[in-house]
Design a protein around this ligand. Structure first.
Ligand SMILES: [Zn+2]
Length: 282
């Protein structure tokens, strides 16, 4: 393996943790045929950062950027996406008032947007909790997500959304909130998306389809306007909690046998270039 790749293969949402498998996971991705990674910040609490002031987010963002630099040295190209995980609201409100938590999360996103402005990152990450929360927390989370849309609009950059599980009604709600800020909708990425390619296309937002069993086959039935991701968390305490680093290259190369390479140039290169305004070159 590890011959020079002929096809770009992008995992559109991966975490790498130097305390866990770290670059070894990148090597596995590369040896399986992977070429590009959208590298997303790990949630603060998973790397032992207890946020008490906005500047604390820099610790997490700087780690992501440093990791992307190390990954680039392996020959895999990594593009950082920085932001504040929506579940942070629950972690923060265990130790502070909601108002203060919201302020911190908004500030974290503002710092992330500055990194984008400086060319250090290619997008933001926000969203809303994936588990049931009080109406108060839900409203606050939506307000934070909308602040993220506004910041992404200012930078004209992508924003990945971690949310509750979605069907069409939830995607419509998210799209309407995005529209209210004037952000270009192809910059709004539903991360961990089901294969609702047509619905997303109709709404204008972009799905990062989780490459679980059968999902990509389903997505391909609706077209090629999507990206592929594992949400690999690189957490040794939760092995098997998510898809492994070889998943996207393996699934892609398997599907090429049936569908040919063409759809995958769109999925792994053109779509990623359109959404993140990066160059996907081999
Ligand atoms: Zn993730």
């Amino acid at each position: 393996m590890n011959t020079s790749p002929k096809l770009p293969i992008t995992d559109e949402h991966m975490h790498i943790d130097p305390r866990a498998k770290g670059l070894k996971a990148v090597k596995e991705f590369q040896n399986a045929g992977g070429t590009h990674i959208i590298l997303v910040t790990k949630p603060t609490w998973t790397i032992g950062v207890e946020v008490t002031k906005p500047e604390d987010y820099r610790i997490v963002f700087d780690e992501t950027i440093d990791l992307a630099r190390q990954i680039n040295e392996t020959g895999v190209r990594a593009f950082p996406v920085l932001g504040v995980h929506p579940a942070e609201i629950t972690k923060l409100t265990e130790r502070m008032e909601l108002e203060r938590a919201v302020e911190l999360m908004r500030s974290g996103l503002e710092i992330a947007a500055k990194y984008v402005e400086e060319g250090l990152a290619v997008g933001l990450k926000s969203g809303r909790p994936h588990y049931p929360v009080s109406e108060e927390i839900w409203d606050a989370s939506n307000a934070i997500m909308e602040h993220g849309f506004m910041l992404a609009k200012e930078q004209d950059c992508a924003i990945q959304l971690h949310t509750e599980s979605v069907e069409e009604p939830e995607l419509i709600d998210i799209t309407q909130r995005a529209k209210g800020t004037g952000i270009r909708l192809n910059k709004v990425v539903k991360h961990y998306a089901p294969p609702l390619v047509n619905v997303c296309e109709k709404l204008g937002i972009f799905p990062g389809v989780l490459a679980g069993k059968g999902a990509i086959e389903q997505a391909l039935e609706e077209g090629t306007r999507f990206m592929m991701e594992t949400d690999y968390i690189d957490d040794p305490e939760r092995p098997g909690a998510v898809l492994g680093p070889k998943t996207i290259p393996r699934r892609t190369l398997k599907l090429v046998e049936e569908h040919g390479e063409e759809p995958f140039w769109k999925i792994h290169k053109e779509n990623v270039e359109e959404v993140y305004e990066v160059e996907i070159e081999l």
